[in-house]
Design a protein around this ligand. Structure first.
Ligand code: PMP
Length: 360
């Protein structure tokens, strides 16, 4: 039976990547040892690391005035590292809280920066939860940065336009990086925990405009200092070489699959299929305003919540796993990152249609 894994993260990885890693585990590049047992300073590992960075640059068309960092920690690391690296204690910074993750980032920033302004937050509207229009955000003059989360993994809420703001824009792209084409030049900092569209957990990618590296890092611990890590090519300390290797394999896989343009088309098609199923079937409900619906994480409720566990166990019997919604939200959630094929979305919709017929 084919297993389709709808986990929000750590999430499904491309089978081709896992098979290659498996084949190379005991014998990387004919050396008779694994990539995990090679010095990160060796020419062969540095070649791997540089190739991964270049492939990510090519995939995302990252301009030359941006540094790419492969860092320790996942997404949450940067909830503290961003304020510590690019704002000083007396700075003003703007946060937009659209869901659970940006709320945590907002709370974390308050530990390090005196004026943390809530510029906008998700609100209930008759058409569902919605992000206020960017024109209505209460932005501060002279903010060191504006932080937002373009795709809220728990809530399934997304901002599909890049906000046009004066201060450097900082985006937590943990659950949407590489999911569709993006104009990196509109951002000051993009960061992402790796465990959804990139690779293993505990690893993260930072894309930072180089002029922001020259700011005020006296308070940040050295391993999380973006300037130091940029100067040291992310090898100030020993990086997670295994995660870097796997991420590099995912980037190569993405290139073979047609890059982010092809991913974007497929991701939108998968999401459309599932939203149509939810909207056309009174047994299911999604509570997000149509303009802010995520293409990656799609929460939905059953009309009979007492059947949640039956739904989950019958889905699992069909190979459709990890559909339980986040504990904050309840119900179901289908996360469909790049590695989820269209056939997985189709299998879920077929199951949901049958389930609703039986129980609706
Ligand atoms: N931001 C977002 C948008 C996330 O989805 C997550 C994890 N699901 C995080 C941050 C936290 O990442 P980590 O657990 O790797 O610290």
């Amino acid at each position: 039976m084919t297993i389709y894994n709808f986990s929000a993260g750590p999430a499904m990885l491309p089978a081709a990547v896992l098979k290659k890693a498996q084949a190379e585990l005991l014998d990387w590049q004919g050396r008779g040892i694994s990539v995990m047992e090679v010095s990160h300073r060796s020419p062969e590992y540095i070649a791997l690391a540089e190739e991964a960075e270049q492939n990510l640059r090519d995939l995302m068309s990252i301009p030359d005035n941006y540094a790419v960092l492969f860092m320790h920690g996942g997404g949450r690391n940067h909830f503290s590292s961003v304020p510590l690296n690019i704002a000083d204690e007396s700075a003003t910074v703007d946060y937009v809280t659209t869901g659970s993750w940006s709320q945590i980032a907002f709370d974390e920033a308050k530990k390090y920066v005196r004026h943390v302004n809530l510029a906008a937050q998700t609100e209930e509207t008759p058409q569902g939860k919605a992000i206020p229009l960017v024109a209505d955000w209460q932005l501060s003059d002279g903010a060191a940065y504006v932080h937002y989360c373009p795709n809220e993994t728990v809530d399934g809420i997304a901002l599909h336009e890049v906000p046009d703001v004066a201060a450097p824009l900082v985006a937590d792209m943990s659950s949407v990086i590489l999911a569709e084409p993006l104009d990196v030049s509109k951002f000051g900092v993009i960061y992402a925990g790796a465990q959804k569209n990139i690779g293993p957990s505990g690893f993260s990618v930072v894309i930072i405009r180089k002029d922001l590296l020259a700011t005020r890092q006296s308070r940040v611990c050295t391993v999380m200092n973006y300037q130091v890590q940029a100067a040291e090519k992310s090898m100030y300390n020993t990086p997670n070489t295994w995660a870097w290797y796997l991420s590099g394999e995912v980037f190569k896989w993405l290139q073979r699959e047609g890059g982010v343009a092809a991913m974007g088309e497929q991701n939108h098609a998968k999401a459309r299929l599932l939203y149509e199923c939810i909207d056309n079937n009174p047994f299911y409900r999604n509570q997000v305003h149509p303009r802010n619906r995520s293409i990656m994480n799609i929460p939905f409720q059953l009309a009979k919540p007492e059947l949640d566990n039956v739904f989950l166990s019958q889905a699992a019997e069909q190979g459709l796993i990890a559909l339980k919604g986040h504990r904050f939200v309840g119900g179901m959630r289908a996360s469909m990152y790049n590695a989820m094929p269209y056939a997985g979305a189709q299998a879920l919709v077929d199951f949901m249609t049958r389930f609703a017929q039986q129980h609706g």
